[in-house]
Design a protein around this ligand. Sequence first.
Ligand code: R5P
Length: 305
Amino acid sequence: MNQINPKISTASIFIPVFGYNSLAESITKALNCELGKLDLHSFPDEETLVRIESKIDAKNVIFVGSLDHPNPKIFPIFSAAETARKLGANKVTLVSPYLPYMRQDKSFHEGEAVSSRQFAKLFSLFFDELITMDPHLHRWHSLSEIFQIPTQVLHAEEKIAAWIQSNVKDAILIGPDQESEQWLSRIAEKIKVPYLILEKTRIGDKNVKIAIPNLKSFSNQNPILIDDIISSGTTMIQAVRLLKESSKLLPICITVHGIFADSSYNKLLEAGAGMVVSCNTILHESNQIDVTDVFIESLRSQVYG
Ligand code: R5P
């Protein structure tokens, strides 16, 4: 049973957005908090009208919903935050398990925007706090370099490690690029399995070259590819094709955030992935790794702390 402090718990209201009702419901159940309701009305011209249907008063308002496929969501979420504030919210937080716009962290060509900085600046105008999971940080070392509000980063590592341990025997973890080594090495250490990092060169949005350094065969181990994001799927598809040459066993692909643009989920299976598994940071049929508890545990200290 949860230790409940009714005085504090009633001060927090969790409002699901963009279909993340199940995550918000699990959080409110576990923390014995109020579940709020928001209506997003779409006009024929595709403009959105936000209406918060719950009493806000001076509560802490925590919206719960990922900003994957972000463009149609960005104005509505900012409008929701502003509406909560106008209704008297004490503090406005977003729990966005997937944080978009983090990959453009540099102007690669003359005249290009650094979208991650711009997005963070805008976000910081509307929200008091952000809670997210494994954002794609490459050139930025932490979200505090670009966000002007407190941010909290949670990790899916423990849940991924537990899933592998209970579902795959004799695994070898494979990261598609150097950036993946940071979390791959930690997962490998937790479950005491070997890991290998591939060499990736990105040529364009949908064009990457991947090579296996010190090519070796691992025919007796189950290859598990792990990446933080599957977006266009190009990285994973190329890696799967390459691994098929070195292993008789079909590779399993695991990702934290399964965006799966351009039907890349099906394309990955067609390319030869034995299974494609994602965390439920973005709603998708491949969600097999439930990270809800990670959010609950972090929010517990904020709601009752
Ligand atoms: C890149 O550095 C990331 O870790 C992923 O490998 C990449 O974002 C995946 O993108 P895509 O699916 O479009 O290849």
